[in-house]
Write a protein that binds this ligand. Structure first.
Ligand code: NAD
Ligand code: DAU
Length: 349
């Protein structure tokens, strides 16, 4: 099968492309990505010459880019991850989120509808979404697939909108869709603007570690490799028209996770006393509209598709911290924008 993975140069996308190229040598993976600040082909160096991998520099905001990729690579299935993904950026500037996450998803669905019109049901379209579409929880309860949508940020509203488009294309046109709504991911190749990689980076560099508000907000963390295995299972075995919540029953208050990372780094870097990473923690102004708590009930994917996370949080977090310690040059390159400039020249844009 020729599978188009959108956003394959981003955090989850590049982990998924690496997974798919290795786990499914019978498939050809076409990575469709426009390489925003968050997309870096350096993430995919180890497979860039693999015979079953192709990169297409294309923008979801441009239907012609999508149509060319479908035509050239005879796309048979889609896993759609490309999005603007950072909540704080959506608060500062929502426009790109509307253009890419809503209009981009619409453009992708329309091109697929045209190319697959002879037999829409034969082509799977998997949409990767977020638990943030359900809004915020109080102290108890969990999000299930039937929780009503109540997105609170421009980011989550744009993702909710894209989920509804995918749902509508299934019901109206008979698209063969699945959607996953996953909790917070962490792991290698995570752009250091999000909490966990930012804490690791700032701690290593002895910079202030910003904690929003009082640090009591709760997130439910899943190792990115477990998310990739869930997407794989849903793509291959999920029931058309269904949505699946993905999570690892791993709730943490932000301040607790920040302290845990600091303590682990103190051990590894042999820091203590005044030099402890804990001293870098700085409480800052809260995020506007900050969702208090997310928690995922993943029993549907566990019971129906026999998926379970393979990594404990301790394992995943230690692997992640080790990865950032070993890849400080990656951090420097992706945050400096040097790679964007290099690839812009390479691909003529
Ligand atoms: P990311 O920001 O790291 O990567 C996004 C990728 O999409 C980048 O490579 C970027 O270049 C590409 N992209 C952006 N706009 C594009 C456009 N117009 N055309 C083509 N490519 C474009 O994001 P991520 O954290 O890897 O998230 C991937 C997906 O998973 C998103 O849809 C996100 O909503 C969802 N998700 C993320 C998390 C998480 O914790 N990170 C959790 C649940 C769901
Ligand atoms: O729940 C899934 C979502 O998780 C994904 O859909 C999003 O794409 C992804 O970015 C993530 O959203 P969050 O807003 O939860 O992630 P972020 O890492 O930005 O923040 C995690 C928590 O940490 C949140 O409560 C805000 C807080 N925070 C974040 C940053 C960047 C801080 O306290 N300080 C920070 O500097």
């Amino acid at each position: 099968m020729n599978i188009l993975i959108t956003g394959g140069a981003g955090f989850i996308g590049s982990n998924l492309v690496l997974h798919w190229v290795k786990q499914h040598p019978e498939d050809t993976v076409i990575n469709f990505d426009c390489l925003t600040y968050a997309g870096n082909l350096i993430n995919l160096k180890e497979i860039e010459n693999a015979p079953n991998y192709h990169f297409v520099k294309g923008d979801l905001r441009n239907p012609q880019d999508i149509a060319s990729a479908f035509q050239k690579h005879e796309v048979e299935g889609v896993v759609h991850l490309a999005a603007e993904s950072h909540v704080d950026r959506s608060i500062a500037g929502p426009s790109a989120f509307i253009q890419t996450n809503i209009m981009g998803t619409f453009n992708l669905l329309e091109v697929a509808r045209d190319f697959w019109k002879e037999d829409l049901a034969a082509h799977r379209f998997h949409h990767v979404s977020t638990d943030e579409v359900y809004g915020s929880l109080g102290e108890t309860g969990m999000f299930s697939e039937t929780t009503p949508y109540a997105p609170n940020s421009p980011y989550s509203a744009s993702k909710a909108s894209s989920d509804h488009l995918v749902r509508a294309y299934h019901h109206t046109y008979g698209f063969n869709t699945t959607t996953s709504n996953c909790s917070n991911n962490y792991g290698p190749l995570h752009f250091p603007e999000k909490l966990i990689p930012l804490v690791i980076k700032n701690a290593i560099e002895r910079k202030p570690i910003p904690v929003y508000g009082d640090g009591s907000n709760v997130r439910d963390w899943l190792y990115v490799k477990d998310h990739c295995s869930a997407i794989d299972v849903i793509y291959h075995q999920g029931v058309s028209g269904e949505t699946y919540n993905v999570g690892g029953l791993n709730e943490w208050k932000n301040i607790d996770i920040v302290r845990t990372i600091c303590r682990h780094l103190d051990d590894v870097l042999q820091r203590s006393g005044d030099d402890s990473c804990l001293n870098l923690i700085t409480f800052v102004k809260d995020r506007p509209g900050h969702d208090q708590r997310y928690a995922i009930d993943a029993s549907k994917i566990q019971n129906d598709l026999n998926w379970n996370p393979q990594y404990t949080f301790e394992q995943g977090l230690h692997e992640t911290v080790d990865w950032y310690l070993d890849n400080q040059e990656w951090v420097r390159l992706v945050t400096s924008g040097e790679y964007q400039a290099y690839y812009a020249e390479q691909y003529g844009r």
